[in-house]
Ligand binder design. Structure first.
Ligand code: C5P
Length: 227
């Protein structure tokens, strides 16, 4: 049987709400993403609670600062048993993070390009290239900096896999099942498309956390993945 690739994003404001989701997913999911909102409210105390419950944690802090600050933050996080930490895909930030991680088990993932960015957003930042070109450049730089993998859109994952190779850890957020009843016309990749493209993990948030029955929603996705 294939391993469960689902990471559930705990995008809620406090530990009580997060605990309720984790309780309801007991036995279905053991990997959780803690992002800025929950981290701002509860910090490492709740991260440690998840770890003590035997859950794996993806700490999605998307660090971006001067090298010394990033390095020191990563040193602290590397002392916990967090599995994944995100840093932005700029060369100096990624190299500082790799230095801070040293020989710990913490795996560092580079954010290629935020999926909300289009060519105009990149132009506003002064980047004279398309999102696809920047994704490719950052994937190369992430490998050169010694990162373990990348966060990328399901639409870019096969290109990133080709660049970073089989051993890279690739995680795709922004996926959801194509629910007939949602009436959502937007082009959103499904978890199955992300995995078929080469993703090791998919991050699913609201589709699971806001469902009446979160565990049933996880089962639906696992079914779509043939697991
Ligand atoms: O949309 P959903 O609730 O599934 O989002 C889950 C997580 O994926 C969020 O925490 C968000 O930070 C991330 N996400 C992303 N890029 C997108 C959509 C969501 O990084 N396009």
């Amino acid at each position: 049987m294939k391993a469960n690739p689902i990471i559930v994003a705990l995008d809620v404001e406090d530990a009580m709400q997060a605990r309720e989701i984790v309780d309801r997913l007991e036995g279905s999911v053991d990997f959780y993403k803690v992002g800025m909102e929950l981290y701002a409210g509860e910090g490492m105390t709740f991260v440690r609670e998840l770890l003590d419950r035997g859950k794996r944690v993806f700490l999605d802090l998307k660090l971006y600062d001067i090298g010394e600050t990033v390095r020191r933050a990563v040193v602290r996080i590397a002392k916990s048993d967090v599995t994944f930490l995100t840093v932005h895909g700029s060369g100096a930030v990624m190299r500082a993070a790799a230095e801070g991680r040293r020989s710990s088990k913490l795996q560092l993932l580079g954010v290629t390009v935020l999926t909300s960015f289009d060519e105009q957003d990149l132009k506003d930042l002064g980047y004279p290239c398309s999102p696809g070109e920047l994704v490719a450049l950052r994937a190369l730089n992430a490998m050169a900096a010694g990162l373990d993998g990348a966060i990328c859109s399901a639409l870019d994952v096969s290109a990133v896999r080709e660049i970073m190779g089989a051993s890279a850890v690739l995680v795709c957020p922004g996926v959801r099942s194509r629910l007939a009843e949602s009436g959502d016309q937007k082009r959103v990749a499904t978890p199955a498309e992300a995995v078929a493209g080469g993703a090791d993990y998919v991050v699913v948030g609201r589709q699971v956390t806001r469902a009446k029955d979160p565990a049933a929603e996880v089962d639906r996705i696992l079914g779509e993945l043939g697991i």
